[in-house]
Structures are given as structure tokens and as C-alpha cells.
Design a binder for this molecule. Structure first.
Ligand SMILES: O=C(CO)[C@@H](O)[C@H](O)[C@H](O)[C@H](O)COP(=O)(O)O
Ligand SMILES: [Zn+2]
Length: 196
């Protein structure tokens, strides 16, 4: 396959995946946005975690809350659990990599908070463990996944929200995850600042 064909294939596959995601995820995405908005309005906070590209997505999303999205507003409470290298290396070194998020949920999570858990496979043990602890501490989970949802299907509760991108490639799933996170930021601001 020549390079231009390859590029064209990516654009087409992305467009198809976007269309399928719009059909499958618009309703749960609205629920997730409403849950996020209520949580912030009640003075609660958002924790977010993921590995690799999903770590970047988690911290990107939290930066939109603490900083701003498109318009000026007050800072909103959020913490990315994959950004503090001292915590990640200490907990990873002393307890194990599977505990790097779970331990922070135990330290920081409070009843009524949200955990945004991002895993394209739905199988990353440190994300799964963080979800178990979030449940124990009374947090609601908004899970972003793909590839059928993996282990998330067995551990999420009916009160959680699962945004499972209907695709099997990590890269494509990640491309849509960032769109989902941006749509939630837009919906949140529309309530807080008014529609524009
Ligand atoms: O960004 C990419 C691939 O596009 C990678 O860094 C990817 O995020 C890593 O392999 C992650 O460890 C995958 O974990 P997960 O999404 O299955 O939970
Ligand atoms: Zn990537």
C-alpha cells in the first residue's frame, strides 16, 4: 500500500468510527456530562487516570477543568492520577504498578466524587484496581474504553457510565476518547456559563 492510500484509509476509518460512536455513545455521553456537571455543582471533584496515550488524555481533561476549556470561568476541582512522578515511582516501587492509581483513589477519593477511568482495552490492572477502590469509597465511575470493554464489563456498576468506543484499534479509540472528553467539557461549560 502506498503512503497516500494508507493516509486515506486512516481518514476514512476515523470518519466511520466517529459515525458509529455518535450512534452508540450520544445517550451515555449525555448522562456522563450531566453526572459531571452535578458533581462539580455539588462541590465534589473529578479524579482521572489512564496509561500511555490515555494518561495524556486524563491529564488533558483535568487541565480543562482546573484551567479552562474555551471560555473563562472559575477553576473546577480535578486531579490527574498519572502526573505526579514521585507518587508514581514511590507507589510503583514500594507496592507495585497495579497500585499506582488505586492508592491515590484511597488517599483522595471522597463519596460523591467521580473517577474518569480510561483504558482502550478495558483490561489495564491499575485502572481496574482504581475502579474497585472508587466503588468502595462511594465514587461514580465514568469509564472510557473500546475493544468491547474488556474487564470493565464485569466490574462496572449500573450507576456507573461506560463509554465504549465501537472499534478495536487503540489509536482510533484514543482519537475518539479525546472527542468524548471535549464534548463533556463543552456540555459542562454550557450549564455553568450558559449556552452560547
Ligand atoms: O498511546 C498508545 C497507543 O496509541 C499507548 O501508549 C497506549 O496508551 C499504551 O500501550 C497503554 O498501556 C494501553 O493501555 P490500555 O489503553 O489498554 O489501558
Ligand atoms: Zn497513542
Amino acid at each position: 500500500m502506498d503512503l497516500l492510500t494508507r493516509i486515506s484509509m486512516h481518514f476514512e476509518d476515523n470518519a466511520k468510527a466517529l459515525q458509529l460512536s455518535a450512534e452508540a455513545l450520544s445517550t451515555p455521553l449525555a448522562q456522563a456530562t450531566e453526572k459531571l456537571t452535578q458533581t462539580i455543582q455539588q462541590g465534589k471533584k473529578v479524579l482521572a487516570c489512564g496509561n500511555g496515550g490515555s494518561a495524556a488524555d486524563a491529564q488533558h481533561f483535568i487541565a480543562e477543568l482546573v484551567g479552562r476549556f474555551e471560555r473563562d470561568r472559575m477553576p473546577l476541582a480535578g486531579i490527574a492520577l498519572n502526573t505526579d512522578t514521585s507518587i508514581l515511582t514511590a507507589v510503583g516501587n514500594d507496592y507495585g504498578f497495579d497500585d499506582i492509581f488505586e492508592r491515590q483513589v484511597r488517599a483522595l477519593g471522597q463519596t460523591g466524587d467521580i473517577l474518569v477511568a480510561i483504558s482502550t482495552s478495558g483490561h489495564s490492572p491499575n485502572v481496574i484496581k482504581a475502579i474497585h477502590t472508587a466503588h468502595q469509597k462511594g465514587l461514580t465511575v465514568i469509564a472510557l474504553s473500546g475493544k468491547g470493554g474488556g474487564a470493565l464489563n464485569d466490574i462496572l456498576k449500573p450507576s456507573d457510565i461506560h463509554l465504549c468506543v465501537p472499534h478495536n484499534r487503540t489509536m482510533r479509540i484514543q482519537e475518539i476518547h479525546i472527542l468524548l472528553l471535549h464534548i463533556m467539557c463543552d456540555g459542562l461549560d454550557a450549564v455553568i456559563l450558559g449556552d452560547n
